[in-house]
Design a protein around this ligand. Structure first.
Ligand code: ASP
Ligand code: MG
Length: 440
């Protein structure tokens, strides 16, 4: 059994959706196909939701109509037979009627989640009608019947495993299952989701739950690259990464894979393959237990970072100081990314400043607090890089013109991180591309 996940751009046009059908029927292996919403849909739904939340029903109606129009055009080009077109029309009517009905209901968080779920429900149902039109035998498994999260928004892998096994058991002679990424049910039984970009996470949870031979993540680029192609001219795909390396890269900026999607695959030891729908025979990137090689593999950057420095003479020779500092962040459920300390000060970074004002107020009780917003973490990732000769020299030579605010070395063998002002990011990534990879 394998898992094949296709993102929004792989379903972005009727033609691309047809390609996906070809890819899933290219072999006879049993598979679970996980789909995102068509590209642009979730963004449109987020907008509809926020327009509704602000009480502007007329504007929301216009946005809903525009989205419906997009789907009407899509189905005209996707289907050949009148029968399939009729089914698709009925499907659109059902889902857009729901969106129209909500215009009359008062807005709530639960309703917001219902709205956001429409994208994946539509994409999978349309795809299922298309497969049926092509006489491709398959079963649509509703993710809301097995994908569950607890009251801390954590997926319940044990429950997912049992429920999914039961559903599949009922369809023993099927070898293509199709399901929705992203959506789930929460502890209250309501429709919920795994956060933006969460379809990768769904795929990896499903792969772990069924003990899949591989979890394939299909996108429109040939795997993870050694640097950000939007910033530097030349980048190279990475052939193989360990789960640890991939987690560092996904977390610290490589947009191709949702960071949470690494742990289920790692824990249940399911290899992940990043593949390209535009070039299906390209090698892509394999993420597995073994790293494949030693040395620097990639640099990645993560923006919108806030650095907080707490300076206190009371920290001198004191124990328990860090615990008190960390407790403040724990209280506000804000996770710390980077940390550096000196004898009288500690600097940390966070990527979520929702509770920043509250956090700062409490930290000020311990000493002087300084805040730098709009920072970027640049991470250099590679198997055992902290033990690889010359890496530090090359690294510091490369960034000699950049004002580095923090350096984190030795937290793991696979990552060295620098904190720099956001305005220096492009320069830093270009210098590192040259200094570490010899690419200009
Ligand atoms: N459709 C959702 C989003 O755009 C989930 C995903 O694509 O992974 O965030
Ligand atoms: Mg994605």
């Amino acid at each position: 059994m394998k898992v094949m996940k296709f993102g929004g751009t792989s379903l972005g046009s009727p033609q691309r959706m047809k390609e996906v059908a070809k890819l899933i029927t290219a072999d006879v292996d049993s598979k679970i196909v996980v789909l995102s919403a068509l590209s642009g849909t979730t963004n449109a739904l987020v907008e509809i939701s926020s327009t509704l939340a602000s009480g502007n029903k007329n504007e929301a109606k216009l946005q809903i109509d525009a989205l419906e129009q997009h789907y009407q055009t899509f189905i005209e080009l996707l289907f050949n037979t009148d029968d399939a077109k009729l089914k698709a029309k009925q499907l659109l009517a059902e889902h857009f009627e729901f969106l129209t009905i909500i215009l009359k209901i008062s807005f709530s968080e639960a309703l917001n989640k219902d709205i956001l779920a429409q994208g994946e429900l539509l994409s999978t149902k349309l795809f299922s009608i298309y497969l049926a039109e092509q006489n491709i035998h398959h079963v649509l498994l509703p993710a809301l019947d097995f994908m569950t999260i607890d009251s801390y928004d954590e997926p319940q892998i044990g429950t997912i495993k049992v429920k999914l096994a039961q559903l599949m058991q009922r369809n023993k002679d099927t070898n293509i299952f199709v399901t929705q990424g992203y959506i789930s049910r929460n502890a209250k039984g309501e429709v919920d989701n795994l956060k933006r970009g969460g379809s990768d996470y769904s795929a990896s949870l499903i792969a772990a739950a069924v003990n899949a031979s591989v979890c394939e993540i299909w996108t429109d680029i040939d795997g993870m690259h050694n640097n950000d192609p939007r910033v530097v001219d030349k980048t190279l795909p990475i052939e193989q990464l360990s789960f640890e390396e991939a987690a560092e890269l996904a977390y610290f900026g490589a947009k191709i894979l949702h960071p949470a999607s690494i742990w289920p695959a790692q824990y249940y030891n399911v290899p992940v393959r990043l593949l390209n729908t535009m070039d299906p025979s390209a090698k892509g990137t394999l993420i597995a237990e073994q790293a494949g090689s030693v040395g620097v593999k990639a640099v990645a950057a993560k923006d919108s970072i806030t650095a907080i420095k707490i300076k206190s003479s009371r920290m001198l020779l004191a124990y328990g100081f860090l615990r008190k500092v960390f407790e403040v962040f724990e209280k506000y459920r804000t996770s710390i990314d980077m940390i550096t300390t000196s004898e009288v000060a500690v600097s940390v970074t966070v990527d979520n400043d929702i509770f920043l004002a509250d956090i700062l107020k409490e930290l000020e009780l311990f000493g002087t607090v300084e805040v730098d917003t709009n920072q970027t973490i640049v991470s250099i990732v590679g198997n055992e890089i902290t033990e690889t000769k010359e890496v530090m020299r090359k690294l510091f030579e490369s960034v000699s013109t950049i004002p580095v605010r923090m350096v984190s070395y030795g937290g793991s063998k696979h990552n060295i991180s620098l904190l720099i002002p956001r305005s220096y990011k492009e320069e830093a990534l270009k210098c590192l591309n040259k200094g570490l990879f010899g690419l200009e």
